[in-house]
Write a protein that binds this ligand. Structure first.
Ligand SMILES: Cc1cc2nc3c(=O)[nH]c(=O)nc-3n(C[C@H](O)[C@H](O)[C@H](O)COP(=O)(O)OP(=O)(O)OC[C@H]3O[C@@H](n4cnc5c(N)ncnc54)[C@H](O)[C@@H]3O)c2cc1C
Length: 396
């Protein structure tokens, strides 16, 4: 019997697994897809999550694969106003006074390759959870592969199987909240935004052509995410893309689309992240619209809280009440900090009333980012406030 089985080999599952394996816990990752999915998704890792990647020993490799950046711009499309600020203020206060940009599949891959070096860890692709049953001592899972159905047993299970989580459904948990009426389109595009004075994270504020634009690597690959009416036929989103790019991309230069993916957005959470021996983490526990990059940020902070707590329980006999605290604190942070801020970010970028009073109020506040260091400091500290202090400690 395994100590821990993790359902879902996305970034949250792999990071949890790496932390547990490094601590000495026997852990398996079960992933339904045949390989790590590389659709365009999370790309920004705030300074505040980098310490956790360093503790896991993967920060250096992640930084080598991605781009460090400190610069931000809010660009008001109609007036051309640019509000520019930098994270330089953090220098001297943290070893990592910058954000890292990197496609989430690259981070997941780095974590997985490290994980595979541990004899106490296994990763199984093409294996899908179908059933789950638990009693006081263990969890029994029924998984299917292309050819077989198998039963697996573990003392603890982590459901890190994303927004459509099977684990959450099998636990009978609701996923309360809202689904936004709009569709987001995440695109990866080769384009020289910097030539047009764009910061490496630029928020274009506009009701019709708002966008979040962020560099992904040193070869001029950028993420450009925009929004469209979900009533438009999804299958034709690529036909509409040139029109959107014409409005969003600065200048006339040619672009090369690398990939694009439409998706629905939600603000939803399970009512709790622990049921007996089963825990939820990442998108399986909570989902948010991605404006401002708080989705995976929350998932990483879930992992950083969960793997040491579980390791302390398994290896050092800590009280399992630590898992209730995990559930309560992560739920509170999602409902009261992450979700409201992500909603405000979406409102600002995509629905700021085309120049009305609401936009002016928002801009007055944003301008302070460029002129008021104390205000900027508070802003930069926000993502740190999404962290749960260590709930349990093991010597890694
Ligand atoms: C387009 C887009 C852009 C985004 N941009 C950002 C951003 O800039 N910043 C940010 O912080 N967040 C962003 N997010 C959110 C971010 O991608 C998610 O928060 C993140 O993927 C969550 O990771 P996860 O490991 O919890 O879940 P996932 O990445 O969804 O991984 C879940 C895994 O579980 C597997 N799985 C599912 N069901 C089963 C089963 N029954 N059995 C076995 N395996 C199963 C899936 O195949 C998948 O690999 C974005 C999301 C989208 C969709």
């Amino acid at each position: 019997m395994e100590d821990v089985i993790i359902i879902g080999g996305g970034p949250v599952g792999m990071i949890c697994a790496l932390g547990l394996a490094q601590a000495g816990v026997r852990v398996s990752v079960i992933e339904a897809d045949p390989q790590i999915t590389d659709s365009p998704r999370a790309a920004v890792y705030f300074w505040s999550v980098l310490e956790g990647l360093e503790r896991l020993g993967i920060l250096q490799e992640a930084e080598a694969a991605g781009v460090r950046k400190q610069d931000y711009t809010y660009l008001v499309r109609r007036s051309g106003e640019r509000i520019v600020y930098s994270m330089e203020l953090l220098t001297g206060h943290t070893p990592h006074p910058y954000n890292l940009h990197l496609g989430q599949h690259r981070l997941t891959d780095i974590a997985m390759r490290r994980l595979k070096a541990f004899s106490n860890a296994t990763v199984r692709f093409g294996t899908r959870l179908q059933k789950l049953h638990q009693n006081a001592d263990a969890v029994t899972l029924s998984v299917v592969t292309e050819h077989t159905t198998e039963e697996l047993r573990a003392r603890w299970v982590i459901g890190a199987d994303g927004a459509g989580s099977t684990v959450r459904r099998l636990l009978g948990l609701s996923f309360d909240g809202i689904t936004w009426p709009e569709r987001f389109v995440a695109t990866n595009v080769y384009y020289d935004f910097e030539r047009h004075g764009y910061a490496r994270a630029t928020f274009v504020i506009d009701d019709g052509f708002g966008a979040v634009i962020a560099i992904l690597n040193n070869e001029d690959l950028w993420r450009c995410t925009y929004m469209e009416d979900a009533a438009l036929p999804e299958e034709a989103f690529l036909e509409r893309l040139p029109q959107m790019y014409k409005a969003i991309l600065p200048g006339e230069g040619p672009y090369q689309l690398e990939r694009a993916s439409p998706y629905r957005m939600h603000q939803r959470s399970a009512p709790r992240y622990r049921v007996g021996r089963v825990l939820l983490a990442g998108d399986a526990a909570h989902v948010t619209n991605p404006t401002g990059g708080l989705g995976l940020t929350s998932g990483l902070f879930d992992s950083y809280a969960l793997y040491p707590a579980l390791a302390a329980l398994i290896l050092e006999g800590a009280d399992d009440e630590v898992l209730d605290r995990y559930s309560a604190t992560r739920l509170d942070i999602f409902l009261n900090r992450v979700s409201p801020q992500a909603t405000a970010n979406k409102q600002l970028i995509y629905h700021a009333n085309g120049g009305g009073r609401k936009l002016e109020e928002a801009l007055a506040s944003l301008r302070r980012l460029a002129t008021d260091p104390e205000f900027l400091w508070q802003r930069l500290m926000f993502t740190k406030s999404l962290e749960t202090p260590l709930l349990g400690h093991v010597s890694l």
